[in-house]
Design a protein around this ligand. Structure first.
Ligand code: AMP
Ligand code: MG
Length: 402
């Protein structure tokens, strides 16, 4: 039986275990998933302060001010950054401020330095313009109020969140533990890059990509040694991988050939194969299983199939294990500028290139071994069975994580 892609994804998401939580410092929060919401302990800004270099004033004093009619104010204090002043702004007086200086008592506006000139001696300034009450003041709590919900549990932290978290004084947060993910590549023919190829061999290229993809979704990749195509080696490799990690990702060995030993090894180890084969192109022979209590994602060996199925099925699972509320792949939109057809009976996730003008073209050879077109592709476009997408159509794309 071949599962529909969406059913397969649902089965996976329903079954993967949730990881426990830990506290992580700010410097380790990027890409992690919050397991508790973050509320602000303080107001932001923490106090009324100046958005300009200038002077704290009473706006009413300057109602008549203008270039032709300067108004003199006496400078009664100065507030350098990081200090507070007990000077009080009374009528006809002002206090020297800099951007961010906390506003002294009595003032209701800030006149910017450019609208003033110093009277010789520096004890007085001439104001050459009016200011409205509240002008050039950043108010306490206008950005964040004490007690505000800043980020909900289940949020995957992006760089853009971190400044706000730091600014509210939060030095650490509760996040899901990073999943440790074993990455195995199977195949007699595989050799590591850098070696001299034996006759019949090829260079192994999946582990490096899958490892980086695991890291991109918050996991800790554990790159395992190459696995030979024999049952004993495959069993040992799977056992070690499952015992020492939270999830196992394998590549290769999931088809129907004599040397496709991932499924036999799972069964021999007493594991459970939840499903095998999906209505998906590339990536039909994908396996989802459980070994020693750990989820196993058996990706096809062809590099494009391995990477596409990781993106579509393993990435959401690893995010779900971390408690992410949104596990959808990143989306982009563009305009197709050539016609693409899928004559197969499976949804085809074609590798495409979205250029700076939003134009979408095929990235080249649409075969599951074709690495140059994968290297060029910055997105996937799903073409449904029997569907023709015409040049000019607006299309939704799946993007790589960044
Ligand atoms: P398999 O899924 O094991 O039948 O492999 C399918 C195709 O992908 C074969 O041509 C393999 O040589 C190739 N292949 C399998 N694993 C890898 C890998 N880790 N790196 C590069 N090519 C691979
Ligand atoms: Mg193989």
């Amino acid at each position: 039986m071949m599962l529909d892609f969406n059913d397969a994804l649902k089965r996976i998401l329903d079954q993967v275990p949730a990881l426990d939580e830990e506290s992580a410092p700010l410097s380790e929060l990027k890409g992690r998933v919050l397991s508790a919401s973050i509320y602000s302990d303080i107001d932001l800004p923490v106090a009324n302060n100046s958005s300009m270099d200038g002077y704290a004033v009473r706006a009413a004093d300057l109602e008549q001010a203008g270039k032709e009619h300067p108004i003199l104010l006496r400078v009664v204090g100065v507030v350098p950054a990081g200090t507070v002043s007990d000077a009080v702004v009374e009528s006809r007086t002002c206090v020297r401020l800099f951007t961010g200086s906390f506003l002294p008592e009595g003032a209701d506006a800030v006149i910017m330095q450019e609208d003033t000139s110093e009277v010789v001696g520096g004890e007085q300034i001439r104001c050459l313009d009016r200011v409205k009450p509240r002008e050039n003041i950043r108010f306490k709590g206008e950005d964040v109020e004490k007690g505000d919900l800043l980020l909900e549990s289940g949020t995957r932290l992006h760089i853009r969140h971190l400044g706000m978290v730091a600014a509210t004084g939060c030095a650490e947060a509760k996040v899901a533990r990073r999943p440790r993910v074993a990455i195995l590549a199977t195949g007699h023919e595989l050799q590591s890059p850098g070696e001299v190829l034996r006759p019949g061999a090829i260079y192994e290229s999946n582990r490096i990509v899958l490892g980086e993809m695991v890291a991109m979704c918050g996991g800790l990749p554990k790159i395992c040694p190459l696995v030979q195509d024999d049952l004993a080696s495959t069993k040992v490799a799977l056992r070690v991988a499952a015992e020492e990690n939270d999830a196992v990702i394998t590549s290769g060995g999931v088809s129907v050939g004599d040397y496709d030993l991932i499924r036999p090894a799972i069964e021999a180890l007493g594991g459970h194969i939840d499903f095998w084969r999906i209505r998906l192109r590339p990536g039909k022979p994908f396996v989802f299983a459980e070994v020693f209590g750990k989820p196993l994602f058996g990706l096809p060996g062809n590099p494009v199939s391995a990477i596409t199925t990781f993106m579509l099925l393993a990435r959401p699972a690893l995010l779900k294990m971390q408690g992410a509320s949104d596990v959808r792949p990143p989306q982009l939109k563009g305009r197709l500028v050539e016609t693409l057809t899928n004559q197969s009976d499976r949804p085809h996730f074609m590798r495409v290139y979205l250029n700076e003008n939003r134009e979408v073209t095929s990235a080249g050879l649409q075969d599951s071994h074709a690495l140059q077109s994968l290297s060029k592709a910055n997105a996937w476009l799903c073409v449904e069975p029997g569907q023709t997408l015409s040049s000019g159509e607006e299309v939704s794309l799946i993007a790589w994580d960044s």
